[in-house]
Design a protein around this ligand. Structure first.
Ligand SMILES: Nc1ncnc2c1ncn2[C@@H]1O[C@H](COP(=O)(O)OP(=O)(O)OP(=O)(O)O)[C@@H](O)[C@H]1O
Ligand SMILES: O=P(O)(O)OC[C@H]1O[C@H](OP(=O)(O)OP(=O)(O)O)[C@H](O)[C@@H]1O
Length: 216
């Protein structure tokens, strides 16, 4: 059955952020009717008949929101910076899934002069960052396990997420430069804000309260 035109569809990122995001939605009065961690479903009804959730890869969330297929989305700021979407708005910082976007290199080594090889899954972020630094780079797109690239001499430097720093340390790397503080953000499509603002506003207000109470 197609949802009615005033149904709110919320796209959530599976993986790390989901565990921290769902309690905030629960505190805002929105809970999926079944266990999203064990189900193989991608669309979930919630306790609110007018709200449903879709659970997808974090890097796909901006696509669903930009096309107006999802009204709201939750994904990491890193994903948003990389995606660079036009037709959507960042409404709220959920202050969870916090980490940093950094450059990292082999511990104790200097970067070579001139053009450097940069490996990352955040290729657009890396391009912008090094262009602002006035550094010439060759960009190498990877999809995970970036820490391997400097060790295997595929790249001089990586752009990756750092939380505890354990992954870097375990692979003989160290952070070099800070790029951005990252956390999960709520985004909305331009269309949803225009057509469904009356429903979206209270959801954002309740989520903002949940964020304020989180950690108190
Ligand atoms: N070590 C970490 N600590 C805290 N937050 C993190 C960490 N790693 C990733 N994140 C945040 O969680 C988001 C999703 O990360 P996760 O590792 O679950 O998915 P992924 O496999 O990297 O993404 P995708 O599904 O798009 O491939 C990231 O975009 C980032 O915002
Ligand atoms: O500083 P830490 O606490 O060690 O966390 C950072 C690690 O977490 C993320 O990897 P993830 O586990 O998502 O795997 P990936 O490399 O496949 O993206 C990130 O890409 C780092 O590798």
């Amino acid at each position: 059955m197609q949802p009615s035109s005033d149904t709110i569809t919320i796209a959530l990122s599976k993986g790390r952020p989901l565990k921290e995001t769902l309690p905030l939605f629960a505190a805002a009065g929105i809970e999926p009717l079944e266990d999203v961690h064990t189900s193989r479903k991608l669309i979930f009804e919630t306790n609110r008949p007018d709200v449903r959730m879709i659970i997808i890869r974090s890097s796909d969330v901006p696509t669903y929101v930009e096309y107006g297929v999802a009204d709201l989305g939750v994904t990491g700021k890193d994903v948003l910076m990389e995606y660079g979407a036009q037709d959507m708005y960042e409404l709220l910082d959920l202050n969870v899934s916090r980490c940093k976007l950094m450059t990292a290199k082999i511990k104790g080594e200097q970067l070579p002069p001139g053009k450097i090889k940069v490996a990352s899954k955040f290729i657009n972020v890396a391009r912008r960052y090094f262009a602002n630094q006035g550094r010439q780079v060759e960009l190498i797109k990877l999809y995970g396990g970036m820490e391997l690239a400097p060790i295997m001499n595929l790249a001089d430097v990586i752009v990756d997420i750092v939380d505890t720093g354990n992954t870097l340390r375990a692979n003989g790397l160290e952070t070099d430069e800070f790029i951005a503080d990252i956390s999960a953000r709520v985004i909305a499509s331009r269309l949803a804000l225009k057509m469904k603002d009356e429903k979206i506003k209270p959801i954002i207000e309740m989520l903002a309260n949940a964020v304020n109470n989180n950690g108190n």
